[in-house]
Design a protein around this ligand. Structure first.
Ligand code: NAP
Length: 283
């Protein structure tokens, strides 16, 4: 039976350190602040933004929310980002994605100062991650790496399979595993024999967005299975990409959903906000 990787516990331990850093910075007169922009009324985005604000409050990080109407234009959004870039009390800027279709998402991401880009989506930061010389890491892949480290799951020389190749999760995830000397295979919707590729893996990271996608027959005995997926089942209940009950019987380690990768994503955002404050203050 697989050992459960407890994202809530790792998150709590990490947050305690972050809270300590925030108060030490405050004593030095350095403000740590996060601006969160949300456009429109997507219910899932609303939940994510509320959780981010809650985490800021818990850790003593100042936060501001900009809840803008659906019909906001790209120009209006760029103007707001420009104002936030210029503010000394705002260390990090996060624009909750996805944005409404009429907004030029790339223009908005590119407009956020690379030093305040706590999501690490700016092309400059993406390039830094590619060459392995970075300040910020995208929150979800960084959270996965932290979970692996915490449970002493060393990926060096191991076969790791990432299912999904999005810019937000799959691609940076593969890059971080590669930086840690794993042998990485990235699978996507055009991959042939995906199940056979997965069966070779010591570590599987599933970031597909399909409930129950990874089943027990795709998992090697003892493998670590990390479930990034956040889906709703037929009853509206939150579930991951992995058939938890079936895979638990085969895997060595498994992350639950909820309570696995999710809490780590927000914690890594908080850590990035502190990093941003330090960076902007030459610390
Ligand atoms: P995305 O942009 O939709 O990417 C999904 C990826 O899965 C794509 O690369 C796609 O391949 C691949 N895929 C889809 N169907 C497939 C199939 N049948 N076989 C193999 N690959 C397939 O999603 P995302 O933003 O990366 O997010 C993935 C999941 O993680 C979602 O459930 C999301 O809600 C969740 N998520 C969770 C957190 C967290 O904090 N836990 C954070 C971010 C995202 P193609 O490229 O070929 O289309």
């Amino acid at each position: 039976m697989a050992a459960i990787i407890d994202g809530k516990a790792v998150s709590a331990a990490t947050r305690a350190n972050i809270a300590g850093e925030v108060s030490a910075l405050k004593e030095r007169g350095v403000s740590v602040g996060l601006a969160v922009i949300i456009v429109g009324d997507d219910p899932a985005s609303r939940v994510y933004v509320n959780n981010k604000k809650k985490a800021c409050a818990e850790l003593g990080i100042y936060s501001e929310e900009y809840a803008l109407p659906e019909q906001t234009t790209t120009e209006e959004l760029l103007q707001l980002v420009g104002q936030l870039n210029a503010r000394g009390d705002i260390s990090g800027i996060l624009c909750q994605l996805p944005l409404p279709r009429h907004i030029d998402e790339t223009a908005v991401i590119n407009a956020i100062s690379a030093q305040k880009d706590v999501d690490a989506f700016h092309p400059q930061n993406v390039g830094h991650i590619m060459i392995g010389d970075y300040h910020f890491l995208p929150c979800t892949p960084a959270g996965v790496m932290r979970l692996l480290e915490y449970y002493n799951i060393d990926v060096c020389g191991k076969r790791c399979v990432v299912i999904g190749r999005s810019n937000i999760v799959g691609k940076p995830m593969a890059m971080l595993l590669l930086h840690s000397n794993a042998t990485v295979t990235v699978c996507h919707s055009k991959t042939r024999d995906l199940a056979a590729i997965c069966r070779e893996a010591d570590v599987i990271v599933a970031a597909v967005g399909r409930a129950g996608f990874v089943t027990a027959d795709m998992v090697k005995e003892g493998a670590a299975v990390i479930d990034v997926g956040m889906n709703r089942d037929g009853n509206g209940k939150l579930c991951g990409d992995v058939d938890f009950d079936g895979v638990s019987a085969v895997a060595g380690y498994i992350t639950p959903v909820p309570g696995g990768v999710g809490p780590m994503t927000i914690t890594m955002l908080m850590e990035n906000t502190v990093t941003a404050a330090k960076l902007q203050n030459g610390i």
